[in-house]
Design a protein around this ligand. Structure first.
Ligand code: ADP
Ligand code: MG
Length: 644
C-alpha cells in the first residue's frame, strides 16, 4: 500500500479526451451528473454480483443507495455510493487512463473527425468517457474510495484540477464505497446552479429516473410534533411549536421497472428515455420488443434495436447489451448466455423470476431456463426483423447487416431465416439492396445457380473480368463485400433449392468452348504455363472472359482470393494455393502472341508476354503485383513499339 502523496501525469489520450469533452459537450453540461450516477450504479451492481458468493462483503451496510449532497456556500456537489469501491491500483488504472474498451474506437474517431466541432454529443455518448465529463463543471474533483473488504485505513484519495496531473494518496474512510466531491466552477449567468436542490431533482428525474437503486438527498422538512410533545393551555390548545424541522433522506428517482409493466401502459417517450439510460446511447432506438411470456416458465423481455451501430461493434471485448434480472433485482450485465454473438447489437432486459439466484456464469450456460429464453429471444428478434417495414429494415441492415450475417455461419438452426434476411448489392441492382428471394425471382429462364463474387471493394467487384460472360448473358451476380460473407458462403450452399456458385471458382459452363480452337492454343498455353510455373497451377481457355484478355480463377474447393487477403490481414499465413490463369482465346492479343510463338518458339519477348498476361490478371482483380517495376518496364516497352 502506497502511503505518501504522489503526483502523476494523465496519459496523453486522457488530456485529449478531456479537452474534447469540455469543448464539445459545452451546451449539455448537466449530463455529468448522469455519468457519475451511472458509475455509482455500476459500482453497486458489481458489488451485488460479487456478494452473491462473498456475502461478508456487504458487512453491516446492505442497503444500497446513491447519495447526493450539495453545499451552496462551499459550492460543492457530492455523489456517494456504497458500491464496490476501488483499491489504489484500481484508481490508478481506471481514473487516469480512459476506460479501456472505448479507447481504440474513440481515438479512431478523433482522427477521423479532425476537429472538435465535428464531434456531436451523440458520438461522444458512445464511449466510456463518463467520469471526465465532471470537469465541465468542476474546477477540482476529489474522489475518496474504499474497496469492499478493505480495512478502514486503506482507502484512497485522488484529486485533480483536470489540468494534466492528479494527486493520489492513502487515507481513511469509514464506510465502503466511493465519494466524489466536485468543487464547482463559478456558474455562467444562463447556466443552472448545480448546488440548487430543485435543479438536481430535475436533472435526476430527466436522466436517471430508471436507475435501479435509490438516489437520495437530504431534505429539510417540517413534521408535526408528536402529541405528547406539544405544550397546551388548559383548553387543550397548543401554545408552543406544533411542528419541527427535520432532515430526512428522500428518494428522487422512481426506479420503475418498465419491463414488468403491461405493454400498453408504457408510451414511446418512456421507452426512449429508458433505452437511452440502458444503452448509454443518445439516439432513440429503431425498434423494440416488449413481451411477457407465460406458461411453464414465465419471464418479461424488453429488447431494443439501436438505430446506430456503436464504434466497437467488431471489437471482441465489447460488452453485450442484455441485462438479466430476477424479480426486478439486477443479476448481471452483459449476459452473453442469453444472446448469440450475431445478435450482439440487441439491448434490453430479461427478467426471469424462476431463475436460480446463485448461478455462476459457467452454470448459466447449461441452465435449461436460460437456454429456453435464449431460443425464444433469437426467434422473436428474427421475427421482428422479418416483419419490419422495408425502410426501417434498410436502416437496420446498413448498421448491423454484417453482424447478423455471422449467424449464417454460426447458427445452423436459423441459417435459412438469416439468409432470407441478408441483402446484397448486385451487378444489376444499381446500388440497391436485393434479397435472395428477389434474386431468385429475377433469374433468367435458363439460369440454374445463384452467382456471387467476394472481395473488399464493390467497385472492383462490379468491374471484375470474371463477370464478363455472366453479364453478357444477363445473369445477375451478388457482390459480397463484407469479410463475413466469406465465412457465410462456406456454410450456405443453397437457398430455396438453388445452389450457390462462385464466379471465380470452377467451370461456369456457360458456353461450350470450341474443342478445335482449344487444340490450336494448346502448345502456347503449355509454354506460358512453363514460364509461370511458380505462380499458377494451370493455364486454360476461359469461359468467363469477353472483353479482357486474362483473369485468375480457382478450382471449386480452392480458397478465394479475398479469403487469402483476409487471412494475411489477420496475420495468418494462408496455405500456398496456386491459381488458374485463364486466357481469352477470342482476344486479338492472344492471336498475335500465338503467331509470334508459332513463328519462333525461342523469341525472347514470349517470356515477357507471359509475365504481362499474369500481371494483367492480378491487376484486374485489384491484387498486388510482386514486381511492379518489372510490369512498368514491360508496358513502356510495348507502348513505345505500339506508338511507333
Ligand atoms: P465507464 O463507466 O464507461 O467505464 P467512466 O469514465 O465513467 O467510464 O469510469 C471509469 C472507470 O472508473 C469505471 O469503469 C470504474 O472502473 C471506475 N469508477 C468510476 N466511478 C466509480 C465508482 N463510483 N465506484 C467504483 N468505480 C468507479
Ligand atoms: Mg461511466
Amino acid at each position: 500500500m502506497e502511503s505518501k502523496r504522489q503526483t502523476h501525469q494523465f496519459k496523453t489520450e486522457v488530456r485529449q479526451v478531456l479537452n474534447l469533452i469540455i469543448n464539445s459537450l459545452y451546451s449539455n453540461k448537466e449530463i455529468f451528473l448522469r455519468e457519475l450516477i451511472s458509475n455509482a450504479s455500476d459500482a453497486i451492481d458489481k458489488l451485488r454480483f460479487k456478494s452473491q458468493t462473498e456475502l461478508e462483503l456487504l458487512a453491516d451496510d446492505a442497503e444500497f443507495k446513491i447519495k447526493i449532497k450539495t453545499d451552496g456556500i462551499a459550492r460543492t456537489l457530492e455523489v456517494s455510493d456504497n458500491g464496490i469501491g476501488m483499491t489504489f491500483d484500481e484508481v490508478m488504472e481506471n481514473i487516469g487512463t480512459i476506460a479501456k474498451s472505448g479507447t481504440a474506437g474513440f481515438m479512431e474517431m478523433l482522427k477521423q473527425a479532425q476537429s472538435a466541432e465535428m464531434l456531436t454529443p451523440e458520438l461522444i455518448g458512445q464511449f466510456g468517457v463518463g467520469f471526465y465529463s465532471a470537469f465541465m463543471v468542476a474546477e477540482k474533483i476529489t474522489l475518496v474510495t474504499r474497496a469492499a473488504g478493505a480495512p478502514k485505513d486503506q482507502a484512497v484519495r485522488w484529486e485533480s484540477s483536470g489540468d494534466g496531473s492528479f494527486d493520489i494518496e492513502a487515507t481513511e474512510k469509514d464506510k465502503r464505497g466511493t465519494t466524489i466531491t466536485l468543487h464547482l466552477k463559478q456558474a455562467d449567468k444562463d447556466e443552472p446552479d448545480f448546488t440548487d436542490q430543485w435543479q438536481i431533482r430535475r436533472i435526476i428525474k430527466q436522466h436517471s429516473d430508471y436507475v435501479a437503486y435509490p438516489i437520495v438527498m437530504d431534505v429539510e422538512k417540517e413534521v408535526p410534533l408528536p402529541d405528547e410533545a406539544i405544550i397546551k393551555d388548559k383548553d387543550g390548545k397548543p401554545i408552543g411549536e406544533t411542528k419541527r424541522r427535520v432532515v430526512e433522506e428522500e428518494t428522487i428517482n422512481s426506479m420503475k421497472a418498465i419491463w414488468a409493466q403491461p405493454k400498453d401502459e408504457v408510451d414511446d417517450k418512456t421507452h426512449e428515455e429508458f433505452y437511452k439510460h440502458l444503452a448509454h446511447d443518445w439516439n432513440p432506438p429503431l425498434a423494440r420488443l416488449h413481451m411477457k411470456l407465460e406458461g411453464t416458465t414465465e419471464y418479461d423481455m424488453l429488447l431494443y434495436i439501436p438505430s446506430k451501430a456503436p464504434f466497437d461493434l467488431f471489437q471482441p471485448e465489447r460488452k453485450h447489451g442484455v441485462q438479466l434480472y430476477c424479480k426486478r433485482v439486477f443479476i448481471m450485465d452483459d449476459c452473453k448466455e442469453l444472446v448469440p454473438e450475431y445478435l450482439r447489437f440487441v439491448k434490453g432486459v430479461v427478467d426471469a423470476p424462476d431463475l436460480n439466484l446463485n448461478v455462476s456464469r459457467e452454470i448459466l450456460q447449461q441452465d435449461r431456463l436460460v437456454m429456453n429464453i435464449r431460443n425464444n429471444l433469437v426467434k422473436k428478434v428474427l421475427d421482428l426483423l422479418t416483419d419490419m417495414s422495408a425502410e426501417d429494415y434498410e436502416k437496420f441492415y446498413e448498421e448491423f447487416g454484417a453482424v447478423l450475417k455471422e449467424g449464417i455461419y454460426t447458427d445452423t438452426n436459423k441459417r435459412n431465416t438469416i439468409a432470407s434476411l441478408a441483402r446484397y448489392k448486385t451487378t444489376r441492382s444499381e446500388g440497391k439492396w436485393v434479397s435472395l428471394d428477389e434474386y431468385i425471382k429475377r433469374m433468367q429462364p435458363d439460369q440454374k445457380e445463384i452467382y456471387y463474387i467476394t472481395g473488399d471493394d464493390l467497385n472492383a467487384l462490379i468491374n471484375s473480368p470474371l463477370l464478363e460472360k455472366l453479364k453478357d448473358k444477363s445473369y445477375e451476380v451478388l457482390l459480397m463485400a463484407d469479410p463475413v460473407d466469406e465465412w457465410a458462403m462456406q456454410a450456405l450452399t443453397e437457398y430455396d433449392g438453388k445452389p450457390f456458385k462462385s464466379a471465380e471458382k470452377g467451370d461456369l459452363a456457360l458456353d461450350k468452348v470450341e474443342e478445335a480452337k482449344k487444340e490450336e492454343f494448346k502448345a502456347l498455353f503449355g509454354f506460358i504455363k512453363g514460364q509461370l510455373e511458380a505462380k499458377v497451377k494451370e493455364v486454360k481457355a476461359s469461359d468467363r472472359l469477353k472483353e479482357s484478355v486474362a483473369c485468375l480463377s480457382g478450382e471449386d474447393y480452392d480458397m478465394s482470393a479475398y479469403m487469402e487477403k483476409l487471412m494475411r490481414a489477420a496475420g495468418q499465413k494462408p496455405p500456398e494455393v496456386k491459381r488458374v490463369l485463364e486466357l481469352n482465346m477470342d482476344h486479338p492479343v492472344m492471336a498475335k502472341i500465338k503467331a509470334v510463338y508459332e513463328n519462333d518458339r525461342d523469341n525472347a519477348v514470349l517470356k515477357d508476354y507471359s509475365q504481362m498476361l499474369y500481371d494483367l490478371a492480378v491487376i484486374a482483380e485489384g491484387g498486388k503485383l510482386d514486381d511492379p517495376g518489372r510490369f512498368s518496364r514491360l508496358v513502356s516497352t510495348v507502348m513505345s513499339q505500339a506508338i511507333d
